[in-house]
Design a protein around this ligand. Structure first.
Ligand SMILES: Nc1nc2c(ncn2[C@@H]2O[C@H](COP(=O)(O)OP(=O)(O)OP(=O)(O)O)[C@@H](O)[C@H]2O)c(=O)[nH]1
Ligand code: SF4
Ligand code: SF4
Length: 334
């Protein structure tokens, strides 16, 4: 079958007798990123709520049942999806998160991204239910700045730090600390953050995240990512490149630092291997595109889910594409 925009073929590709979902741009889908709720107890200044139209602090829509979530994952797993990331809003708002984890098929990695506020008491049960690791948002170690960035009441930063400790103790490792870089607010705290995680001896990784300034109001907080990348490279004793998004990982003074640089980065999109699912049950082919969602609705049978999965994959397109590719596509249309 041919994609009408790109003229490229898309179908299932057989590899070592395993079927994979491959989009019209040749990107294999090996992961699902599932939002299980839009609810959240914070209101971070940069929140994109996983690309949902509503804000995490706005009204809450319907949420998928554990059964539907597991059916979707089971179907995707038949086609080579091996990694699942649960996100929100704040996924720990789901009291039945452990039930969701308990019904999953065998996977290579099950992780969640959380703000960590409610993690202290849940870390052990989540691990026992099948969660492998967590990413925890932590942009600053300064309580006042934390409250300014997240809108949280006093005392919240301490809860998050206790959450990180519990996650490490429960074995939800490596724990990644997600630090969104904000010019004039926390850009000078990278070294302090590295000092904070060093005692965890490799069980905690620092993940620096370029601000997605999709809202013009946020532009003033954008840092110079290229300069930062150069600086990290100069300081690193080791540099690695992940397949996912071709993200760079650095080892600096014994600490692992990963840099997530999605903006205007065609390399990032070219290596995007995850399909998203929204909290209200829609496949979302791209975080930044809002008009090509595929409603899973009450689809229950494996056949129905497979059909919708294929449709969503056929709609996947890199958001940022190299200018040379844009020209090639324009020429192909002529
Ligand atoms: N544009 C874009 N940004 C992404 C994508 N995936 C992750 N990000 C950014 O990276 C941030 C951190 O993502 P996480 O949820 O912690 O997970 P991750 O680091 O992508 O995944 P793992 O490395 O598997 O833990 C997100 O809040 C986004 O800002 C993506 O597919 N597209
Ligand atoms: S914790 Fe996450 S979902 Fe909640 S407001 Fe902050 S960025 Fe948005
Ligand atoms: S195509 Fe690019 S912007 Fe869209 S989800 Fe993938 S990495 Fe993110």
């Amino acid at each position: 079958m041919k994609d009408k925009n790109s003229g490229k073929n898309f179908l299932f590709r057989e590899e070592k007798e395993e079927k994979f979902l491959v989009d019209p741009y040749g990107r294999k889908v090996t992961g699902l990123r599932i939002s299980i709720t839009d609810r959240c107890n914070l209101s971070c200044m940069y929140c994109h709520n996983e690309g949902a139209d509503c804000c995490a602090c706005g009204p809450v829509g319907k949420e998928m049942s554990p059964e539907l979530i597991c059916n979707i994952i089971r179907e995707a797993a038949k086609f080579g999806v091996r990694k699942v990331k649960f996100s929100g809003g704040e996924p720990l708002f789901r009291k039945d998160f452990e039930d969701i984890l308990a019904c999953l098929p065998p996977l290579k990695e099950v992780s969640a991204t959380t703000n960590g506020v409610m993690l202290e008491k849940r870390a052990k049960t989540l691990k026992s239910a099948g969660l492998d690791r967590v990413n925890i948002s932590l942009d600053t170690l300064d309580p006042e700045k934390y409250e300014r960035i997240t809108g949280a009441p006093p005392g919240t930063l301490e809860k998050v730090i206790r959450g990180i400790d519990s996650a490490v103790k429960a074995g939800l490792t490596p724990v990644k600390l997600n630090m969104v870089l904000l010019k004039g607010i926390n850009e000078n705290e990278i070294d302090a953050m590295m000092d904070f995680i060093r005692p965890y001896k490799g069980k905690v990784i620092l993940q620096l995240i370029e601000l997605m300034n999709i809202d013009p109001e946020l532009s003033k907080f954008t840092i110079d990512s290229k300069a930062l990348e150069k600086n990290l490279e100069e300081r690193a004793s080791e540099v690695m490149v992940r397949h996912l998004h071709h993200r760079k990982k650095y080892v600096i003074d014994g600490v692992e630092v990963e840099f997530v640089r999605p903006m205007d980065n065609s390399e990032f999109c070219a290596h995007c291997s995850r399909l998203r699912v929204t909290a209200d049950g829609k496949f979302k082919p791209c975080l930044l595109v809002h008009d090509n969602l595929v409603d899973i609705g009450e689809a229950k049978s494996p056949e129905e889910i497979e059909k919708l999965l294929r449709l969503a994959v056929s709609r996947r397109k890199p958001y940022y594409i190299p200018i040379i590719e844009v020209k090639r596509l324009e020429k192909a249309k002529e």
